[in-house]
Design a protein around this ligand. Structure first.
Ligand SMILES: [Fe+2]
Length: 270
């Protein structure tokens, strides 16, 4: 196989990694290069991967230990650490900008998606750099955000199982700006529908403030749009990005992504 190569795809974030077969074991130097590349580029794309669930889990563990997902009804039978993203089992595409699983004390460092069935058009995933979003805010607003926290819970999907609600529904507080543990940079960090409120604000004011922040922060120049091909693996750094799905595809076609999330550090601002 050709040597590992990393090619940026967009001025703000996103890089394609060539020369890595994720079905084979990854040695320690390769894991280190990928960990650093994720921190630098925030979204990594591996093309033309052919993976069994076990191989996929082994590859994903290069970015951290796979962790349980709280919509357990969508887990892959026999491989409960892999979630199935599939509209035919009743899921709606997550079209709102978000970062994953902020209701956890140690939210995922990365979300990893593998394109297994891809519609002929649409159905992409967009990823925005919250590092660039932070730098794009006026200095006084950056300071304000650095003093705020969010309180997070489950976002109330009607089909949430009681046992998931029990395990993952208690309030968790996170800073609205977090320092990346590998890169050392700061990024804006919140989940508008998992945050019940921002410190010192009513739920209504919190929602309006987060909505306004998203509207102002997320501009085309800080967004990488991923158009899926079958066999792609997309690794998203949840510590410094937000992402969203696009529901603009023909629902008579199948779109199946396998999702793994890997545990990260407790968000902190330093
Ligand atoms: Fe997500």
């Amino acid at each position: 196989m050709a040597p590992l190569q990393i090619k940026p795809l967009h001025p703000s974030l996103g890089a394609e990694v060539a020369g890595v077969d994720l079905a084979a074991p990854l040695d320690a130097p390769t894991r280190d290069v990928l960990t650093r590349a994720l921190a630098d580029h925030l979204a990594l794309i591996f093309r033309d991967q052919s993976l069994t669930p076990a191989q996929y889990l082994a590859a994903a563990s290069a970015f951290g230990p796979p962790m349980e997902q709280h919509y357990s009804q969508h887990n892959m039978p026999d491989f409960p650490l892999i979630g199935l993203i599939w509209h035919r089992n009743g899921q709606q595409p997550a079209e709102q900008w978000h970062t994953d699983h902020t209701n956890r004390e140690h939210p995922p460092a990365a979300t990893i998606l593998h394109g297994v069935e891809i519609p002929s058009a649409g159905g992409g995933t967009s990823v925005a750099s919250m590092r660039a979003a932070y730098l794009g805010l006026p200095a006084d607003e950056r300071r304000r955000l650095e003093g705020l926290t969010t309180f997070n819970g489950l976002d109330g999907h009607a089909d949430t199982r009681p046992e998931d609600r029990e395990k993952y529904g208690r309030p968790i507080e996170h800073p609205m700006v977090r320092t990346h543990p590998v890169h050392g940079s700061k990024a804006v960090y919140f989940h508008i529908s998992k945050a019940t409120h921002v410190s010192g604000m009513t739920p209504e004011a919190s929602r309006a403030y987060m909505r306004d922040l998203l509207d102002r922060m997320i501009r085309p120049e800080i967004v990488y749009h991923h158009a899926w091909r079958k066999g792609d693996v997309l690794v998203i750094d949840n510590r410094a990005t937000m992402h969203r799905a696009h529901g603009d595809y023909d629902r008579s076609q199948s779109r199946v992504l396998w999702r793994i999330i890997v545990e990260g550090d407790r968000p902190r601002l330093s």
